[in-house]
Write a protein that binds this ligand. Structure first.
Ligand SMILES: Nc1ncnc2c1ncn2[C@@H]1O[C@H](COP(=O)(O)OP(=O)(O)OP(=O)(O)O)[C@@H](O)[C@H]1O
Length: 466
């Protein structure tokens, strides 16, 4: 279109070489032709185009890699000197592509270098209709697409799918269809007569949507369900109230024209089920992008990498029209240690900035954070930045305890009644998670009396009986 010389298309990693100086030479070679033509023809030189895919592979922030060779750093330097060096080239257009802009050296992104930044965001519903039409066109033409496939419906069901993922879905639906015609005896065979009538129908697409292709920028419900091992037992009206209020905040984030950011802090003592409640609110919201940040997922990372990982989740969230990010156990995320009151200040700053930061125009975000130390959050100035707070309650009445115990089916109705009688005079104070743990241990104790004795013993030792 621009009438250029044949574009040079390179994959970032292709530039790198194990030979000393070779990577830099590869960068120079990319520019050699343009330089020669500029020297010869000056302003009459044709336009040269270099397209660099996966730019982040070679242009990482200098000083961020730890290979000991410094090769990455010198490749960045070489590229900088070619793009914006002493000998300026006026006959070259460089296009870099990446899905990790955050990892690219800042110097490369300044004016005069790769200065125009364009974000290809996730396709909207209309875009998805067009992409689906492109990828199903051949099937349609050859009569392989069943009449019951509704492209508009598929576009509505593929929220937050990228173009490549939609293409993957079409391919997966084709395989699903093919599989349904395969007879696997000792050989895998397809009846040629049946094959002639092979069509990809709506059921094949729905099957592949459920089993084969998950969007990278989606809500992985299976992953989230791992935090709901015992579901949500409605042991008190407070629990339904928390979930209802959570729904309201999600609606506020989703429906209000003015609210782009809702941040919710779920406070409660240890083991009160804060994570499970936060996850349940997130799932109920039905937001297409939902991610949970837990201390466990960051434990292996160094400080900067932790901050980058958290930023990455938020920048990913900003790509979706509406999203939910759960920050689980803020005190652990900031590495709080009560002895000497130590914590990671950079992490506090990061979390504070992200909680306060408005998502880009047109995007909406709900943040749900959990904490068992609201006093600390107040002292370090984080708590006041949440737009709403809610409290996960402790189990404090014997009848609530009995409801939980009965739901778990560890004790029979008679055993539960007998437990209620034995504990009727006591003051209870225990988190639902701890109570569930105790029940599950007691279940292993054998006969009815042993189960009840173990239950009471463990509850006392856990400080649940005052
Ligand atoms: N009503 C309820 N509310 C919360 N969790 C519940 C409820 N009923 C059952 N559960 C179960 O209790 C467990 C709660 O664990 P969760 O990790 O959420 O607690 P937590 O308060 O975040 O723990 P911690 O203090 O260790 O961070 C989950 O397995 C969940 O399925």
């Amino acid at each position: 279109m621009l009438n250029t010389r044949k574009p040079k298309i390179v994959q970032g990693p292709e530039i790198l070489s194990k030979m000393v100086g070779e990577s830099e030479a590869n960068v120079r070679a990319l520019f050699a032709e343009a330089e020669a033509e500029e020297k010869q023809m000056g302003a009459n030189s044709g336009l040269h185009m270099i397209i660099m895919d996966e730019l982040d592979a070679i242009c990482k922030q200098r000083g961020s890699t730890n290979t000991g060779t410094g090769v990455h750093d010198t490749v960045v330097n070489q590229l900088l000197s070619k793009i914006d060096g002493v000998e300026q080239l006026n006959n070259i257009l460089i296009i870099g592509m990446t899905n990790r802009k955050d990892m690219i050296d800042d110097a490369l992104l300044r004016p005069g270098r790769l200065e125009i930044h364009m974000e290809i965001s996730l396709p909207n519903e209309q875009g998805r209709v067009e992409i689906l039409n492109i990828h199903t066109a051949t099937m349609k033409k050859s009569g392989r697409l069943d009449a019951d496939v509704d492209i508009a419906e598929l576009a509505a069901l593929t929220k937050n799918f990228s173009g490549a993922e939609i293409e993957g879905l079409v391919r997966a639906a084709q395989s699903t269809s093919l599989n349904s015609y395969v007879t696997a005896t000792s050989k895998v065979e397809i009846n040629p007569e049946v094959y002639k009538q092979l069509k990809v129908n709506r059921a094949h697409f729905l099957h592949s949507l459920e089993h084969d292709v998950q969007p990278a920028f989606g809500a992985n419900i299976d992953d989230l369900n791992d935090y709901l091992l015992y579901g949500i037992i409605p042991w008190s009206p407070d629990i339904s109230k928390i979930l209802q209020e959570g729904d309201l905040y999600a609606k506020q984030a989703g429906n209000s024209d003015r609210t782009a950011l809702v941040s919710l802090l779920l406070e409660g003592e240890n083991f009160t089920g804060k994570t499970a409640l936060a996850v349940k609110i997130a799932i109920n919201s039905g937001f297409p992008f939902t991610k949970i940040i837990t201390p466990g997922k960051l434990v292996e990372l160094a400080d900067m990498a932790k901050i980058r990982a958290i930023y990455k989740i938020f920048t990913d969230a900003y790509k979706s029209e509406i999203s939910c990010v759960i920050l689980d156990g803020i005190e652990s995320l900031i590495e709080y240690v009560p002895i000497g009151m130590r914590f990671n200040m950079s992490m506090v700053q990061t979390i504070m900035t992200l909680i306060k930061n408005m998502p880009p125009r047109g995007k909406k975000l709900m943040i749900i954070a959990t904490s068992s130390n609201p006093g600390l959050l107040k002292d370090i100035g984080l708590r006041q930045h949440f737009t709403h707070t809610m409290i996960a309650p402790l189990v404090q009445s014997v009848s609530n305890m009995a409801d939980i115990v009965e739901t778990l089916q560890v004790f029979s109705r008679e055993e539960t009644e007998s437990l209620k009688m034995q504990l009727k005079e006591v003051n209870l104070r225990v988190g639902v998670k701890k109570l569930i743990d105790i029940c599950m241990t007691a279940k292993q104790a054998g006969d009815s009396e042993a189960k009840k004795a173990t239950f009471i013993n463990l509850l006392t030792r856990a400080g649940g009986i005052l």
